[in-house]
Write a protein that binds this ligand. Structure first.
Ligand code: URP
Ligand code: ZN
Ligand code: ZN
Length: 465
């Protein structure tokens, strides 16, 4: 079946053009000058932006973490993502320490298979780097379409890898063409600070942030960049970058022509240590995540927006890892170190970054690049995803710049009993969402179905220098 999207403004990283988009079945067939398309069924996009569907390159559906599990399943989380204009997620499959990597991947397929509303792919968390997992990296790249691996400099005893393990994994990634993603915080030092704070009776959620200082994110970021250099410029992607000094290290590496990239997340662009983590009583637990929210008295948010403009920050992902306040976040009453780490936001990323356009912090083209085109290129999904072009999947969002979105737990679709962005007003609105040619959201109504989402085998990054 053919559908002609008429009257809209098509946005890509290279510019905005008035054009009509012909969808044939699951793919984009052609782009026409306005009014020049064939006489088929039409979808009116007058006054709307026509953009490639959002790609959230960092989610954690059903992640077992902090003694509980992230509260969105692949069913609830991908449906919520669709509502918010995201048509692809890349979730993190997990190899626990001591587990066979392929078994961890199979467990993630079992969670996702038949449950997703939109297309999905996987990165692999390596909870242990040894001869077996290094061999498994080759197999995942060659056979499974998993071409990126996350390591942790944080969380000793859980996901932590030491520098030798990191170096070996980077050398392997350099050889097989994959990417190392890094949680860059000095977890050994952080654990000392956490124990010292608890011993002083400092148990409130704000101490989660205070015991994870910027210096320890910057140090780990710098160390990861150095290790990647030693591994003959292994491609390195810093996840959930939150702080100015970490960004400086990424910028310096990029200025030197290195294959070093980074993402930030909406929470770091909008929320702060004082206003959210420091909320009265135990309320701040809602915003416990790592890396933590940073101080509003420093220049982090201004620097992160600047980094997005300059491409020192390539992508905005959510690090969607929701936990309900009741029973889940409450595990940490009286001890902030027991609060499960994570914030949910998969539904709001397209809107929250668009607000940066409204506020004059990003161009409309850069909005599309950071939420869709670059994630596709970075993680081997381009040009199937991330662009409105003939031959690409018809994952398309009609975005209404004259609409409004009010974020609230009352109206969101994520499986969370609170919203990290409660009451936020966005001067824009997701109007219609197509996933592979099918209208799955229109005017706030859902038309998709559980199980229609497909697993995407990814290629190697096409973003490297
Ligand atoms: O707090 C966070 N970020 N939770 C999810 C796990 C991770 O480190 O990405
Ligand atoms: Zn992380
Ligand atoms: Zn994460």
């Amino acid at each position: 079946m053919s559908l002609l999207i008429t009257g809209g403004t098509v946005i890509g990283p290279t510019g905005a053009i008035a054009a009509d988009v012909l969808v044939d079945g699951e793919t984009i067939a052609a782009i026409f000058a306005p009014g020049q398309g064939p006489g088929v069924e039409t979808l009116d996009a007058t006054g709307k932006y026509v953009i490639p569907g959002g790609i959230d390159a960092h989610t954690h559906m059903e992640l077992p973490f902090g003694g509980t599990s992230a509260s969105d399943t692949f069913d609830t989380g991908t449906r919520a993502a669709a509502y918010g204009g995201t048509t692809t997620i890349i979730d993190f499959a997990v190899q626990r320490t001591g587990e066979v990597v392929q078994d961890g991947l199979a467990a993630w397929h079992a969670k996702a298979d038949g449950n997703c509303h939109i297309d999905y792919a996987f990165h692999m968390i390596l909870g242990g780097v040894d001869d077996d997992s290094l061999k498994a990296m080759d197999q995942l790249v060659a056979d499974e379409g998993v071409t990126s691996f996350k390591l942790f400099m944080a969380y000793p005893g859980v996901f932590y890898s030491d520098d030798g393990q990191i170096l070996r994994a980077m050398q392997k990634a350099r050889d097989n063409g994959s990417m190392i993603m890094m949680h860059a915080e000095n977890g050994i030092a952080i654990d000392v600070l956490v124990q010292q704070a608890l011993a002083r009776g400092e148990t409130d959620p704000i101490y989660h942030g205070i015991t994870r200082p910027e210096a320890l994110e910057a140090e780990a970021t710098h160390r990861a960049i150095a290790l990647a250099e030693v591994a003959r410029d292994c491609p390195l992607y810093i996840v959930h970058l939150s702080a100015s000094r970490a960004l400086e290290h990424v910028a310096a590496a990029r200025d030197a022509g290195r294959n070093v990239f980074a993402e930030t997340c909406p929470q770091y662009l909008y929320l702060t240590l004082e206003d959210q983590l420091g909320a009265p009583g135990f309320e701040g637990a809602k915003w416990v995540c790592s890396t933590p929210l940073r101080s509003k008295h420093e220049s982090h948010q201004r620097d992160l927006w600047r980094g997005l403009r300059s491409n020192d920050l390539a992508i905005v992902s959510t690090d969607h890892c929701p936990f309900c306040f009741k029973d889940q976040k409450e595990r940490g009453v009286g001890d902030f170190s027991k609060i499960p780490n994570g914030i949910g936001g998969v539904e709001h990323r397209v809107d929250l970054v668009y607000q940066g356009v409204v506020d004059g912090k990003l161009s409309v083209e850069r909005w599309v690049e950071t939420i869709s085109t670059t994630p596709a290129r970075m993680f081997g999904l381009y040009p199937k995803k991330g662009v409105i072009a003939p031959g690409s999947d018809a994952d398309i969002v009609l975005y209404d710049p004259n609409g409004r979105t009010r974020i609230s737990v009352e109206t969101h679709h994520m499986n969370m009993d609170h919203s990290a962005y409660e009451g936020y007003e966005i001067a824009g609105r997701v109007d219609t969402v197509l996933s592979r040619g099918e209208v799955i959201v229109s005017d706030g109504t859902y038309h998709g179905a559980k199980g229609r989402g497909r697993y995407l085998r990814r290629g190697l990054s096409s973003y490297l220098v």
